[in-house]
Design a protein around this ligand. Structure first.
Ligand SMILES: [Zn+2]
Length: 435
């Protein structure tokens, strides 16, 4: 399907209707830009994170995992530069009191009411809260705006307690928070979001350059491996003036969203900025002892940092399709089987014994290993449509022939081809296709 024809309305609609994504706090009128993952959404999101963890951590000998705390000593953010640099210039309207990003203002007047605007002031994007019962400056803490700093702060512990040798990476998946002034586009930009990040440490600036190019390739291929069409992915190098305060070079992997090509993941060469800053602010030695050269090295770092929610959105949009089946329009989510929330659905052809009993047996057997569904209500056509809309790749039907030949019909979501598979081989048949 031509991606230009998929609208956000269609995606938001199917996401709500089919239990992928709900508006947050909806019965209370919602909360601006907060979203909840429904029963299928959570499976889709978990699959994204599981595959990332398997591909980037489990299968790689040079990467280890970490899960650091969201609340950190406020000095971390002083050292990282976030307290000073992580800001947006804002202007206020003197008349209607609304606040805007200075960069979005074109005519030097309020875009809402035409009123006069204040001078731009810097607004820090970190959420503040207080830890403990005292509500003053001494208890001030921040919700982390990125997971990366947890990795740098634990760098010394990792060196001291594991046997890592440069080059190596530390990977983390977790929630981050940014008080964005203009969030939007569904789950594309939200104030609470989940990241998957790797900090990949190398010995020198030259090696960092090489690792940077390598990571851009590895990460682009990873998105393709999720089934995202390659024509909807592209790379975009940052210009010097858009680089973050810590970065030497950065390239974004962008997806062709209905609202334009925008960032899914950023790969940044952070140099030795972060470890240097944390050495300075913590007073601790964060150097790595290189056995080969018998020297102390402060490593350089390359960071592939992706958005879990953005990846889920790109997958939903990319999988969204419509076609005609038996004269009826069908909405189908063509998820890669590895990503699909539900791997298979099991039906009795009609709601009658002993078909029900046989179908339930298969369902319970498969459910030990996979997320599968059982459905006996409505016509078989209706049941197919329901599974098509949640992207289930295979539907398994027990019919009257099954009682004679001990086989079932397996129907493919995309080709709609039907295969006859022996009952005893169903699990293996499925396993081969959803790897
Ligand atoms: Zn105004």
């Amino acid at each position: 399907m031509d991606k230009n024809k998929v609208t956000m309305d269609e995606v938001v609609n199917v996401a709500k209707r089919r239990a992928f994504i709900y508006p947050g706090s909806e019965i209370y009128g919602g909360l601006a830009n907060a979203w909840d993952y429904g029963p299928y959404g959570v499976l889709l999101k978990k699959n994204v994170k599981k595959i990332w963890w398997e591909d980037m951590v489990m299968k790689r000998p040079d990467i280890i995992g970490l899960d650091s705390a969201i609340l950190m000593n406020p000095k971390v953010w002083e050292a990282s530069g976030h307290l000073k640099e992580f800001t947006d210039p804002l202007v206020d309207c003197k008349k209607c009191k609304q606040r805007f990003k200075a960069d979005d203002i074109k005519d030097k007047v309020c875009p809402e009411c035409g009123g006069e605007l204040t001078e731009a002031r810097r607004f820090n994007l970190m959420f503040k809260t207080h830890a403990g019962p005292v509500d003053d400056e001494s208890s001030l803490v921040y919700l982390r705006p990125e997971t990366a700093q947890g990795i740098f702060v634990d760098f010394k512990n990792i060196l001291d307690t594991t046997r890592v040798k440069l080059p190596f990476g530390v990977a983390q998946i977790g929630k981050s928070f940014r008080n964005e002034i203009t969030p939007g586009n569904f789950i594309f930009r939200t104030r609470e979001f989940e990241q998957f990040e790797i900090e990949y440490f190398v010995k020198s600036a030259l090696e960092a350059k090489k690792a940077f190019d390598e990571w851009v390739k590895v990460r682009l291929e990873w998105y393709k491996s999720l089934g995202i069409h390659s024509e909807n992915l592209r790379l975009r190098e940052h210009t010097k003036d858009e680089l973050a305060h810590y970065a030497i070079a950065a390239t974004d992997i962008e997806y062709n969203f209905p609202f334009g090509f925008l960032e899914l993941e950023g790969i940044a060469n952070r140099g030795d900025y972060d470890l240097k800053q944390h050495e300075k602010f913590s007073g601790q030695d964060l150097k790595y002892f290189d056995e080969e050269t018998k020297t102390q090295i402060l490593p350089f770092v390359v960071e592939p940092s992706g958005g879990v929610d953005r990846t889920v959105l790109a997958i939903l949009i990319d999988a969204y399709d419509k076609d005609r089946v038996e004269g009826e329009e069908r909405t189908v989510l063509r998820f890669h089987p590895r990503i699909a929330p539900i791997k298979a659905a099991v039906f009795p052809l009609v709601k009658k014994e002993p078909l029900i009993m046989r179908a339930k047996e298969i369902y319970h057997q498969l459910k030990e290993k996979y997320f599968v569904e059982y459905d006996e209500s409505g016509t078989i056509g209706r049941r197919y449509r329901r599974q098509d809309e949640i992207g289930t790749p295979y539907c398994i039907t027990v019919d009257f022939d099954s009682l004679e030949d001990g086989a079932v019909t397996v129907r493919d979501r995309d080709t709609m081809k039907q295969d006859r598979v022996p009952l005893v081989a169903v699990q293996e048949w499925l396993e081969q296709r959803i790897k």
